[in-house]
Design a protein around this ligand. Structure first.
Ligand SMILES: [Zn+2]
Length: 327
């Protein structure tokens, strides 16, 4: 191997045009997904204090926001719901009157050019805030896996009927992809892909999201279903299971603390990969930028590029709207 002074790696860094010419990784607007929080009501737009610049929208306002997204060059949105009422069995997540279902049918009708991804989980709609049904056994409350699958499949089916283009289960129950796939196929949605939150760590970076959705667990935590941050082999087992069950796209979250997982998935599996730059990652960059500690724009573009470099095809990020024009 040739060495210095024959080799000078700086030669390719000197001229900005050469730097651009040899850049290995680029982010394209088509890979960005903007998350949206949809709440019940009309003409409402409520700011989320821990996520400056991010709002909860009533379905009519969500439509306006989506029109602005499309104008800015965004092609995909991921919808979460904040229903009017919650109960133990996530009833408000399942019907066609559900808040996300209303937004989906409204936006799909008016803006067919925007890809709509529906989050499928129970925690948006349960009063206990857990991602599954809670059962009590011998004085112990635990999130029950198998009975949750039925509810998840009902939510997924109703999202599909409302017009979702992609179904994204985020609950981390075992066997949910298979169950949702069966439900979608039986309901006439064989063509609808599933984007699985395959590797979702129990993370401190979800903090602001809980304010955004008001879905913090009322007891215990989510560590019995979300993954332990210390594990990577388990991440690949999760991914393999989901693929076996019919997942079309795999997602990893949080993004920046999971670069090794993205890389490992990229090397193991030939399916599209998504990285979710979560609420705490957004807030960290946003507040640091506001304090003058870092350059927000440069930090956002750097993180997006790093996620692509690690192997992500799709970037789900609250910064999508602000910086899509920079790509
Ligand atoms: Zn959940």
């Amino acid at each position: 191997m040739a060495l210095f002074p024959t080799v000078r790696l700086r030669r390719l860094r000197e001229n900005p045009l050469v730097r651009d010419l040899v850049r290995e990784v680029r982010v394209h607007p088509s890979s960005l997904v903007m998350p949206l929080f949809v709440k019940s009501g009309k003409k409402e737009r409520k700011a989320i204090a821990s996520m400056p610049g991010i709002f909860q929208f009533s379905p009519d306002e969500a439509l306006k926001e989506c029109e602005a997204l499309v104008k800015s060059g965004i092609r995909s949105a991921l919808l979460f719901g904040i229903p009017e009422s919650k109960d133990a069995v996530a009833s408000s997540g399942r019907g066609e009157n559900g808040v996300v279902q209303q937004a989906l049918s409204l936006i799909k009708k008016e803006l067919p050019e925007l890809l709509l991804i529906a989050d499928v989980c129970l925690c948006d709609y349960t009063d206990h805030g857990h991602c599954g049904l809670v059962q009590e056994e011998g004085g112990q409350r635990r999130v029950d896996n198998d009975s949750t699958l039925e509810v998840l499949s009902q939510i997924a089916g109703s999202m599909a009927r409302a017009g979702a283009d992609l179904i994204a289960p985020s609950d981390m129950m075992d066997g949910r992809i298979q169950r949702i796939r069966d439900e979608l196929d039986a309901a006439g949605f064989k063509h609808l892909p599933i984007l699985s939150y395959a590797v979702k760590y129990a993370s401190a970076f979800y903090g602001p999201f809980r304010e955004a959705l008001d879905n913090a667990p009322r007891f215990g935590d989510r560590r019995s279903y979300q993954m332990d941050v210390g594990n990577s082999r388990e991440a690949f087992r999760e991914a393999e299971q989901d693929l076996e069950e019919g997942a079309d796209i795999l997602m990893v979250k949080p993004a920046l603390s999971s670069l090794d997982i993205l890389r490992g998935l990229r090397e193991r599996f030939d399916v599209p990969l998504a990285a979710y730059q979560v609420s705490g990652e957004y807030a960290a960059i946003k507040f640091a930028g506001q304090a003058g500690a870092i350059d927000e724009r440069a930090a956002v573009l750097e993180t997006w590029t790093a996620l692509k470099r690690a192997g992500a095809d799709i970037l789900i990020t609250y910064f999508a709207k602000d910086y899509v024009g920079e790509l």
